[in-house]
Design a protein around this ligand. Structure first.
Ligand code: ADP
Ligand code: MG
Length: 535
């Protein structure tokens, strides 16, 4: 009698087990960290990413690079995820978090080689991460929310070395002003800050507008260029009779019939426009199309109108002006109107924008980014998002830390002292955790063309001597008190990064079996080929 084989899984399932799975995952994660490493810090380089459709992105932003790379390896994807979390939670520090996680795993390999069990390493890392949070809380600097100067410094530190560098002082000022304006009862919703982009002038022309700017011009030249005391109608239905995308056929057999038809059409449009006029509005923002005859009638009545306004802009306009978006002609009434002091068309380069200023809701603000090319504008936008993120985060926690690797050095030092109280194996893990944090200052040095070992040695001796704010100042390449050099970061950048990095490292360490269906996760990834070479 022949025994039937036991089939647990279908044949196309791929499985890697034990050490292979572990080393394979660790390698993939390390490769992700290697990839972004050269962009870290003010002297970091940019990357140019070219999409299959030949669109180009030039960036220094960790999360943008990783997202555009379309990474497929499952462990590498987990690294991309922590960069994303860092981006949504803090808005900055995406390169750092990935680098720390990669280094934690690299150092874990050394311990694995010494036959220390992965769960012991994971436990040691967890202890170290918790202790780090404790130390961070203890040594972070408390700030008062009124200290605009500190907030500006935090914004500038996050923008140093980005495309926005040359105007960072002005941008920091815009960021702090914008956030202060939208803040209510200590709460900040960054969605309240609209970012609009204009190609043409230089980045130094970037401006903060108290109000909403939309990238639409008035429909007709005959409409007034400025409306003071704006009474605004917001509609999301078209001011036209038929959907122009659908061809309708009507059969007409006599000139009278045609005239009759046209008359009726005119009459209906007239009715629509007069309903708008009846509300006593002098500005119309329409999410859909506006018929030519309607344009003529609106112009004749001195009404400023924009058509095909984006839905998101309509919502922002509603919030800013206190108006309601009306979906039905018959619901139009004066009570649905929004208000603003002025609505005005302003031209920048080839594009015209509509500025809605002096809104009823003072929380409405727009940052209008100017720049010579769309690549520059996009990178400035990313820098603004980082800056907005760090200032909001600093205000939320009211805590900041010194940058330039200073906080990482101090954490490492204190972790090592703490490690001495633990048993041998955990102590080793805590030590590796500490040296993973030092990867940040050493890379800042390396990317600036300095000798990382010299820099680390000097930093260590200064911290041992009690200089807790000693960091690498890359404005002058000196090791000194970075707080005095105004290199400051939000506390949350570090606490979030340490949390996420240690969590993902521990998760990857504990995996010793990778089961992938349809061959996905094993093949189809360009990383896979490179990794095989190493085994
Ligand atoms: P991330 O994506 O992690 O924010 P960045 O490329 O923005 O990466 O670099 C952030 C690092 O650069 C932080 O460690 C920060 O302290 C450091 N840094 C910023 N400005 C300076 C400076 N002037 N001198 C030294 N380090 C700086
Ligand atoms: Mg940054």
């Amino acid at each position: 009698m022949t025994e039937k084989p036991v089939v647990l899984m279908p044949e196309d399932i791929q499985r890697i087990m034990g050490k292979d799975a572990q080393r394979n995952n660790i390698l993939a994660a390390r490769m992700v960290a290697e990839m972004v490493k050269t962009t870290l810090g003010p002297k970091g380089m940019d990357k140019m990413l070219v999409s299959p459709t030949n669109e180009i992105i030039v960036t220094n932003d960790g999360v943008t690079i990783l997202e555009e790379m379309q990474i497929e390896h499952p462990a590498a994807k987990m690294m991309v995820d922590i960069a994303r979390t860092q981006d949504s939670e803090v808005g900055d520090g995406t390169t750092s978090v990935v680098m720390i996680a990669g280094k934690l795993l690299e150092n874990a390999e050394r311990l694995l080689d010494k036959k220390i069990h992965p769960t012991v390493i994971a436990k040691g890392y967890k202890i170290a991460a918790e202790k780090s949070q404790e130390i961070l809380n203890e040594i972070a600097l408390k700030i008062i929310p009124d200290n605009d100067d500190i907030l500006k410094q935090v914004a500038m530190t996050s923008m140093t070395g980005k495309g926005a560098e040359s105007s960072k002082e002005k941008f920091a000022d815009i960021i702090v002003k914008a956030i202060k304006q939208i803040q209510t009862d200590g709460k900040i919703d960054l969605n309240d800050i609209k970012i609009e982009k204009s190609k043409g002038d230089g980045m130094a022309d970037t401006e903060l507008i108290s109000g909403i700017v939309i990238d639409k011009e008035k429909i007709s030249n005959d409409m007034p260029p400025v409306v003071n005391g704006a009474r605004i109608v917001l509609i999301d239905f078209p001011l036209e009779l038929k959907n122009p995308e659908i061809d309708t056929k009507i059969s007409i057999s006599s000139p009278e019939q045609l005239q009759g038809f046209l008359n009726q059409e005119e009459r209906l449009i007239k009715e629509m426009v007069s309903k708008v006029k009846d509300t006593n509005a002098n500005v119309v923002f329409c999410q859909k199309g506006v018929d030519e005859f309607a344009q003529y009638l609106l112009s004749k009545s001195g009404i400023y109108a924009c058509r095909r306004v984006a839905k998101s802009d309509m919502e922002k306009l509603a919030k800013a002006t206190g108006g309601k978006i009306v979906s039905n002609l018959n619901e139009l009434s004066p009570s649905e109107l929004g208000f603003a002091e002025t609505v005005e068309q302003i031209k920048h380069g080839d594009d015209s924008f509509t500025y809605v200023r002096g809104c009823r809701n003072p929380k409405a603000v727009t940052i209008l980014i100017h720049g010579g090319t769309s690549h520059i504008i996009d990178e400035i936008e990313r820098a603004f998002k980082d800056g907005l993120g760090v200032v909001a985060s600093s205000l939320k926690t009211r805590m900041v830390v010194p940058g330039g690797g200073a906080i990482e050095m101090e954490l490492a030092k204190r972790l090592r002292t703490f490690g001495q109280s633990l048993n041998g194996r955990e102590q080793l893990a805590v030590e590796e955790f500490a040296s993973a944090l030092e990867f940040i200052p050493s890379t800042l040095a390396e990317n600036a063309g300095l000798d990382p070992i010299d820099v680390l040695t000097e930093l260590k001796s200064k911290h041992d001597a009690g200089e807790r704010n000693a960091g690498l100042n890359l404005f002058n390449n000196k090791i000194e008190d970075v707080l005095a050099a105004r290199i400051i970061e939000p506390y949350k950048i570090k606490s979030q990064a340490i949390n996420s990095a240690s969590e993902v490292a521990n998760m990857i360490l504990r995996i010793d079996d990778v089961i992938a269906s349809n061959g996905k996760g094993k093949s189809g990834s360009s990383m896979r080929t490179e990794m095989n070479e190493e085994f």
